[in-house]
Design a protein around this ligand. Structure first.
Ligand code: NAD
Ligand code: UDP
Length: 362
């Protein structure tokens, strides 16, 4: 955004210390992953320099190549494990870093119940190493991938950031613990500027169809599963419960386009003035499982078979963001509609039926 007058400047969230984007280098941890790669594209398109660190445990180096290709920009990629403090220290020692967006971590709820120690170790240790390296290198701007899971089963929807925080699984516990660590760290030194972004349900893909979600194995999440049914990789969608207290009995979620989510990170990077603040990133609109299946059929032109199944343990009826705070304080709003989310998801899935593995032979 071009600032044109003094009045405009004073109306903007304090521009003090905000340097031109071309001078700012952002370390994107987990930048080969689904949300990180889309955010790297958005950062590069807006002029930031980007360094990605990822151990490729849940992603492909091909995603980083696509990021460079889509933007025509150079991306520095370091393959490394953030739980190793020497790796993190060497990244900071060898690159000038102004800010960090921290996506890296493990994210499957069911897996976290089966392997809690792996989840606590990976998510907590990575973040500790990163915060320590940031502090010792004088880097105090952090945007962290939190999740709506920190609200557990909410008392009311839409959910404001002030809602009680509670979790029901080790994955969610790591998010809540990291939020607590960030709050304590920020309280200890006013130079910290930490944004905790609580994502609702990210879906969709880059509009080019070249970058998208590429889950390992059977997808846990609804939209990737539905897309794999549409493309013929799986037979039918199991609808987990039709007896919830929702308009059609199936679970309602706040789906947000991954490109809108990516832009939320850039809005958070520009934020100044608070030490550690939490923001919901969602649309404020809910869609049921049956609505998603219908919208995916419309977007793909494919009839998507489904069957009603039991509820999935731990699921809640409705999760819906109150995104007012991000709207007013970050000047950010999600504006891509559900049909765009599913059309973009379908373009990615139909062009790359086996994800990033699809084009290795070509
Ligand atoms: P993703 O798995 O696609 O990306 C995470 C990346 O982190 C992967 O590329 C993986 O290889 C990397 N990684 C994992 N452990 C690492 C380590 N020790 N060192 C270096 N790299 C490591 O997941 P995503 O969907 O892009 O999610 C990004 C972040 O957003 C995660 O922290 C996740 O918990 C959070 N989040 C995701 C969702 C969602 O529905 N996708 C919702 C809420 C929050
Ligand atoms: N869901 C479903 N079948 C699936 C996967 C998910 O019916 O194969 C439902 C799930 O019960 C929830 C909604 O789809 O109501 C979104 O689930 P997802 O796992 O994508 O997100 P989360 O549960 O983390 O909000």
């Amino acid at each position: 955004m071009q600032l044109t007058s003094r009045a405009d400047r004073t109306a903007t969230v304090s521009p003090v210390n905000v340097r031109p984007r071309s001078d700012r280098t952002v370390l994107v941890t987990g930048g080969a992953g689904y949300i990180g790669s889309h955010t790297a594209v958005a950062l590069l398109e807006q002029g930031f320099e980007v360094i990605i660190v990822d151990d490729l445990s849940n992603s492909s180096a091909r995603a980083v190549e696509v990021v460079g290709h889509l933007t025509g920009r150079n991306v520095t990629f370091i393959e490394g494990d953030l739980t190793d403090s020497t790796v993190v220290a060497s990244v900071f020692a060898s690159h000038p870093i102004d800010a960090v967006i921290h996506f890296a971590g493990l994210k499957a709820v069911g897996e976290s119940v089966e392997q809690p120690l792996r989840y606590y170790r990976t998510n907590l240790l990575s973040t500790m190493n990163l915060l320590e390296a940031m502090q010792s290198n004088g880097v105090f701007d952090l945007v962290f991938s939190s999740s709506a899971t920190v609200y557990g089963d909410p008392d009311t929807v839409p959910i404001p950031e002030s809602a009680p925080l509670r979790t029901t699984n080790p994955y969610g516990a790591t998010k809540l613990m990291i939020e607590d660590i960030c709050r304590d760290v920020a309280a200890s030194d006013p130079r910290w500027n930490i944004s905790l972004l609580r994502y609702f349900n990210p879906v969709g893909a880059h509009p080019s169809g070249q970058l998208g979600e590429d889950p390992n194995g059977i997808p846990n999440n609804l939209v990737p599963f539905v897309m794999q049914v549409a493309v013929g990789r799986r037979d039918e969608v199991a609808v987990f419960g039709d007896d919830y207290d929702t308009p059609d009995g199936t679970g309602v979620r706040d789906y947000i386009h991954v490109v809108d989510l990516a832009l939320g990170h850039i809005a958070a990077l520009d934020r100044r003035g608070g030490r550690c603040e939490a923001y919901n990133l969602g649309t404020g609109n809910g869609s049921s499982v049956l609505e998603i299946i219908a919208a995916a059929s419309a977007a793909s032109g494919v009839e998507i078979p489904y069957r009603l199944a039991d509820r999935r343990p731990g699921d809640i009826a409705t999760s819906l963001a109150d995104p007012t705070r991000a709207n007013t304080e970050l000047g950010w709003r999600a504006d891509r509609a559900l049909d765009v989310m599913l059309t973009d998801a379908w373009r990615w899935q139909s062009g790359n039926p086996n994800g990033f593995a699809s084009d290795t032979a070509s």
